[in-house]
Design a protein around this ligand. Structure first.
Ligand code: F0G
Length: 460
């Protein structure tokens, strides 16, 4: 019999960053000043920051040493060529256009490929992605499998596309009105849920038949690859690196927020195998981002990104990355706290409808719960429910997503298992006093991506 079952991080800590400890009174004052929106808190008022895994990663000593090799030439920086090589080697795409972050790539991709009146099927919406599709004149259509909208379903690949829904859309509006299918890996809004390689291959076959492209939102592709390795028959002996390459090879274009998987704090890119799309993007990037050999990034940032891409596809890295998320999820389950099943890759998602069953969706249960968790513990989380879903662009009503979630998102290589214990215990304490919690109402609602800057007050 062997005792060893645990994984541990494939790194040790060289430098530490001190955290702020706050009192309950401090936190009540801070959340009031922030309009009960965790996006509006000052980071100095936060103890454990699980707002997002975006740009919050810890870089390695190798990445930091890469920063010193930054070639800050305006044109033709050597770091751009390193980045281009890393993308071709790991992600298969031929052409890349660097951008300041993911939404810069989404903007160009949408403006280049979408015509007024087009439809964009996707495996669940993402906030910025859908907005750029709409600003380009398109309409997003959700074609993810129904299981993805059910927090209790334990389907291992909740990121899968329903081929039936996709075919129905093609038959209804015609393939010529569908420039591409937008495929996300490790679907964020569904709870970090993967798409299977089998499903991706079927989507490729169907889209090929109709001459429809696939745009890959590859923000968390390596996390998806890890879950394929763990869950999909035939992939246990393949490396994350091989699986990532295979996923990318099945798609035509990609948008990347490098602030996630690739372990840097800022950056992104658009990639494509299509010469014509590449030429158009090169033309656009100089208007909106910067020259085509830096986009919105400094040379040193591109170097750190090239190194981060290679580190992100290491099996040991992914085992501990996703292992930490699973650890937190399992602890919460032990306390009886309702979460999205199965536990995803980049975060644990609390089911606010089940956590606060006495609150209607109109009083923003997930927004309320995120504020309560902050008051209890100084842990910062994020609403992913009706506030994030925004309003219908035709009717002006709230979009009412089935999923009303609070996301506890884990920055990569930043917190320890002991931090996860504190998070789980604090949320269990909020759960014990859930019956006392009342909802919120808007005091200010911005027009675009309202969740970022909206303000609320408690319902009396
Ligand atoms: N696509 C996905 C799946 C994302 O999660 C994000 C960002 C983007 C695109 C946009 O990239 O922020 O670099 O412009 N998600 C962050 C989050 C904001 O917290 O989930 P960006």
């Amino acid at each position: 019999m062997t005792h060893r079952k645990s994984w541990a991080e494939p790194w040790k800590i060289k430098m530490v960053e001190h955290l702020t400890m706050t009192s309950r009174e401090d936190r009540i004052k801070a959340i009031e000043e922030a309009g009960y929106n965790t996006f509006l808190l000052r980071s100095d008022d936060v103890y454990i920051d699980l707002l997002t895994d975006s740009g919050t990663n810890a870089m390695s000593d190798r990445q930091w040493s890469g920063m010193m090799l930054g070639d800050e030439a305006y044109a033709g920086s050597r770091n751009f060529y390193h980045l281009e090589d890393a993308i071709r080697e790991h992600y298969s795409y031929k052409h890349i256009i660097p951008t300041h972050q993911g939404r810069g790539a989404e903007h160009m991709m949408s403006q280049i490929l979408i015509k007024d009146g087009d439809y964009l099927p996707g495996n669940m919406y993402f906030t910025t992605t859908r907005l750029h599709q709409e600003l380009a004149g398109g309409t997003f259509v959700d074609v993810i499998i129904d299981d993805a909208h059910d927090t209790e379903s334990d389907h291992p690949f909740k990121g899968n596309v329903s081929l039936e829904k996709l075919e129905d859309l093609i038959n209804k509006v015609g393939a010529e009105k569908i420039p591409y299918v937008c495929l996300a890996t490790a679907v964020n809004m569904a709870g970090g849920q993967p798409i299977s390689m089998g499903n991706l291959k079927e989507v490729r076959e169907l889209t090929n038949k109709h001459g429809i492209d696939i745009v890959h939102d590859m923000t968390r592709v390596a996390e998806n690859a890890w879950l394929i390795k763990e869950r999909e028959p035939g992939y246990a002996d393949k490396s994350v690196k091989e699986i990532v390459f295979e996923i990318c090879s099945l798609t035509d274009h990609a948008t990347m927020s490098a602030k996630k998987d690739p372990l840097v704090n800022i950056g992104g890119f658009m990639a494509t195998n299509d010469e014509d799309v590449y030429r158009k993007a090169q033309n656009m990037v100089v208007v909106y981002e910067g020259l085509h050999t830096y986009g919105g990034m400094a040379g040193r940032d591109m170097e750190a990104l090239a190194i981060g891409i290679a580190e992100s596809v290491q099996d040991d890295h992914m085992r501990s990355r996703v292992g930490q998320t699973q650890y937190l999820g399992e602890k919460l389950i032990k306390y009886g706290v309702p979460i999205v099943n199965p536990i995803g890759s980049h975060g644990v998602f609390l089911d606010a409808k089940k956590f606060l069953p006495h609150l209607s969706q109109d009083v923003f249960p997930a927004q309320t719960l995120a504020a309560e968790i902050y008051i209890e513990s100084g842990v910062r989380s994020m609403e992913r429910g009706i506030v994030s879903a925004g309003r219908n662009k035709e009717t002006g009503d709230h979009n009412r997503p089935n999923l009303e979630l609070v996301r506890l998102t884990l920055p990569r290589r930043v917190y320890t298992q002991a931090h996860m214990d504190v998070v789980a215990e604090s949320i269990a304490d909020v759960y014990d006093r859930r019956a006392e919690i009342t909802g919120l109402k808007f005091t200010y609602e911005p027009e675009y991506l309202r969740f970022f800057q909206a303000r609320f007050e408690p319902i009396a």
